[in-house]
Ligand binder design. Structure first.
Ligand code: SF4
Length: 567
């Protein structure tokens, strides 16, 4: 984490600070501002006047780091902005809805759609565009202060209570020295800190460790979503057309599938979700997406079109039983950071929004009472337990765990879950889960050879299939080059020795942006990953999946990273 020691820092006093401008963070901010107004207009109790709320976003602007499938269930947006359909929201109503099982060269269309994947009444959206559309509704509140290009680097904790956050320093060179444009990070002190950082949030991870928030829960299990936006010939794919696929190119042990969604202006959203709990240490989600596009049924959709955007992001798949204790003294956690995602439905945007609204309600009660303690903010969990978000997540609580035993076992478990109210294989209510990096197998064992040779990757043709660096370019990824790398490897000796020998350096495969590049060590002992950190999509996969857990992703200088459009 780029933070110069011994620096005098400005302190900003706020009432509430929200970290992250995704759907959870924006919904928190908007709903809280509305509740404050309603409270003040009600004439009940003391007025909450002169409050200030800060919303920090690490990207260049709200939406620039926003990426999701996405077919959005509008349930939360209906509560947040009831007349959103009349306000030029960039959303297309789902029309047709299909499920394909792909073999190497053929496809079988499912005669009926599995209920979790039925999308009638839902909307195809670009999350990046949806967030940009939401921002003005948030910004109009008088107490709101939106700070783009302000990554939060750490949580401020005093006497066991969260009292604020520190933003990252700016203008540090690659050797860790201050440059001419150096600006120290600010300490933003607040009565309540709400983390809405998305999957594997940096501050959320700090709180997990500090307060043991995952105690008694299943570990979080992730997938990686890699997607591209294509412009295809007019009439080829209808706006609102939705296809999900299973089978090719994934093997029967790897969790995942593909999605193809029609957007306006002949744009097609195509992506793959691949479990970050695969046994194969050479699993490469980017490569699987490129292979998917070579399938005749998919090629027929894209041929003659052109790539217009690309990106990647981790997805928390663990569901209800992987939800951490999501509050404590002075803080709450919302959205993907707190596992608000329904893997069975491939949906999280509505749950992230709802979680933000529930946290906002708890925050209002705390502000009125002047009490920001663990006991008071526990209202957030009680509200969740009484909400439709809990009902939805509870129904699919054992979904992902079934796939630990392969695709078919996962499908049977999912089917059983539908008729047992979510119990699935579980004799008790809860199926245990294993963290993805612990499921990864050693390379010799996986390939059953003392001299393993993983299958050759396909050659990218630059027309239908693209290498990782091209996708990075289409993600609009830009970072200041003269800054410290934001991937911290605790012990590179592990990379050179154990990881090469035992796992074949999985980071060379799982990173969708080619950030990790093997280079010979100076003493010729082996290879060490050189960090092309300026390529980073901020997907967090390396922080999640490294088998030795020696990689920590920290925020780079504010404004760096992707500039997603249409994703
Ligand atoms: Fe994702 Fe890590 Fe690669 Fe960045 S370096 S793109 S966070 S895997």
């Amino acid at each position: 984490m780029a933070e110069l020691p011994g620096i005098e820092r400005e302190t900003l006093e706020m009432d509430v600070v929200i970290v992250g401008g995704g759907p959870g963070g924006l919904a928190t901010a908007m709903h809280l501002a509305r509740l404050i107004k309603q409270h003040n207009d009600s004439g009940k109790g003391e007025k909450l006047e002169g409050l200030s709320i800060a919303l920090l976003e690490k990207g260049k602007e709200i939406g620039s780091h926003g990426i999701s499938g996405a077919v959005m269930d509008p349930r939360a947006l209906d509560e947040l902005i009831p007349d959103w359909r009349k306000k030029d929201c960039p959303a297309v109503a789902v029309g047709t809805d299909e499920m394909w099982y792909l073999t190497e060269s053929g496809k079988i269309k499912a005669p009926i759609m599995p209920p979790p994947l039925q999308n009638h009444g839902n909307y195809v959206v670009s999350l990046a565009e949806l967030l940009r559309w939401m921002e003005p509704f948030v910004a109009e509140a008088p107490e709101m202060n939106i700070f783009p290009e302000f990554p939060a680097a750490r949580v401020l904790i005093e006497a066991g209570k969260v009292v604020g956050v520190r933003t990252a320093d700016k203008g540090i060179d690659k050797n860790g020295e201050a440059k001419g444009n150096f600006e120290p990070g600010i300490d933003i002190r607040a009565k309540i800190v709400i983390l809405a950082e998305g999957p594997r949030g940096t501050l959320t991870k700090q709180l997990y460790e500090q307060f043991d928030l995952g105690k008694g829960k299943n570990p979080q299990v992730f997938a990686l979503g890699v997607k591209e936006i294509w412009e295809v010939p007019a009439g080829r794919f209808k706006p609102g057309q939705v296809i999900h696929t299973m089978g090719f190119p994934l093997d029967k042990e790897t969790f995942g599938g593909a999605f193809i969604y029609g957007m306006k202006d002949n744009l097609v959203d195509i992506g793959m979700v691949v479990g970050l709990d695969a046994r194969n240490p050479t699993t490469d989600s980017h490569h699987e997406l490129q292979r998917l596009k070579t399938h005749p049924a998919i090629r027929a959709i894209l041929e003659g079109g052109k790539l217009v955007a690309a990106g990647a992001k981790a997805i928390p798949e663990g569901g209800y039983f992987s939800m951490p204790k999501m509050w404590g003294d002075g803080f709450m956690i919302v959205g993907d950071s707190a596992s608000y995602l329904n893997g069975a439905r491939l949906k999280g945007v509505h749950l992230a929004m709802k979680s933000g609204m529930l946290a906002a309600e708890a925050a209002l009660e705390a502000l009125v009472a002047g009490d920001y303690s663990d006991a008071k903010l526990g209202a957030y969990e009680r509200k969740f337990e009484a909400s439709w978000a809990k009902t939805e997540l509870w129904k699919d609580r054992n979904f992902h765990q079934g796939f630990e035993h392969g695709l078919y076992a996962g499908m049977i478990n999912a089917g059983l879950g539908m008729i047992t109210g979510g119990r699935g294989f579980g004799v008790a209510n809860r199926l245990e889960a294993t963290a993805g990096h612990e499921r990864m197998e050693r390379i010799k064992r996986y390939f059953a050879s003392d001299d393993p040779h993983p299958p050759e990757k396909i050659k990218f043709d630059g027309k239908l299939t693209f290498d990782k660096v091209t996708d990075v370019y289409y993600g609009g990824v830009v970072h200041e080059e003269n800054q410290p790398a934001h991937l911290l490897i605790r012990d590179t000796e592990v990379c050179i020795t154990k990881c090469t020998e035992e796992y074949g350096n999985p980071c060379l495969h799982f990173c969708p942006a080619n950030v990790y590049e093997p280079r010979p060590t100076d003493d010729g002992r082996g290879k060490v990953p050189f960090l092309n950190f300026t390529n980073c999509f901020h997907c967090k996969t390396c922080d999640i999946l490294d088998p030795y857990q020696v990689i920590t992703w920290v925020p780079p200088e504010g404004g760096g990273g992707p500039n997603y459009k249409k994703l």
